[in-house]
Design a protein around this ligand. Structure first.
Ligand SMILES: [Zn+2]
Length: 259
């Protein structure tokens, strides 16, 4: 089991981060990627990766935070030079939390800088995308339009929450599709997951957020990824072990994890 998107670097885990990491590894987790959302949490992700075996880091400035903090390319580039920094992100477009047109332009600029950084360092991107209620898929199409112009870029669209057609577009660009505990309780995912090739699916928690059905409302932890694997196995009519092995292989391939 691999949790390809966690935030053990966030304050929700400030007091018991080491215990949560220990609990996850003793519950069958083989690797965790901690994802940064700004400078501070990116630094923390690197620190944790330096400290714990099989813990990796992704560094980036979340689209929601682009109005609050400047994306300093050189500082992030230096951080990404760490051996255990395996991805750039999370980055992307978020029209759910951000509606100011100026900030939307800024989001795109910062997103393009992340793409540039990923290309320079030959690292995959971890993409975040969220639309508003009226136009839930609008930023997905915008993102696809941007990515289509960019060459030699790979990555994952994390916490996928659009439709099958959009998922297929990402697959065509060589991207993986990431699923969280949301698939254990929300409708509409079975149909998408059924159609996706097993070798393009990544498992994640986005902890402390998005706890699976059994733990809804509680703080999510990395080992909850087992419920995501269980659900994918059920939808695809595969065994848990088959699904676990395949999704581990996918994460190892994309992020070049050395586990
Ligand atoms: Zn996240």
């Amino acid at each position: 089991m691999i949790d390809t998107h966690s935030h053990l670097n966030f304050n929700a885990f400030k007091k018991d981060c080491a215990q949560v990491i220990g609990r996850s590894f003793s519950n069958g987790i083989k690797a965790i990627i901690n994802v940064g959302s700004d400078l501070e949490t990116s630094k923390r992700a690197i620190e944790l990766a330096d400290e714990f075996e099989n813990l990796y880091a992704a560094i980036g400035l979340h689209p929601v935070d682009t109005g609050r903090e400047v994306f300093d390319f050189e500082i992030y580039k230096k951080m990404a030079g760490n051996k255990k920094a395996v991805a750039i992100g999370e980055t992307g477009l978020d029209y759910f939390h951000v509606s100011d047109p100026k900030l939307i332009v800024l989001q795109k600029e910062v997103f393009l800088s992340h793409i540039k950084l990923a290309r320079e360092l030959d690292l995959p991107l971890i993409l975040h995308c969220r639309g508003n209620k009226q136009e839930p898929y609008k930023p997905y199409y915008k993102m696809l339009e941007i990515l289509k112009k960019e060459k030699e870029i790979k990555g994952v669209i994390h916490c996928f929450s659009a439709d099958l057609e959009i998922a297929k577009n990402f697959l065509e660009l060589g991207f993986y599709i990431g699923f969280t505990g949301v698939i254990t309780f929300a409708k509409g995912f079975d149909e998408i997951i059924k159609e996706l090739p097993s070798d393009k699916i990544l498992t994640e928690t986005d902890c402390p957020y998005l706890a699976p059905a059994l733990y809804r409302g509680e703080r999510c932890e990395s080992w909850h990824v087992k419920f995501v694997i269980e659900k994918i196995a059920q939808i695809k009519n595969l065994s848990f072990v088959e699904t676990e092995e395949q999704t581990e292989k996918n994460a190892i391939n994309l992020f070049k994890l050395k586990i």
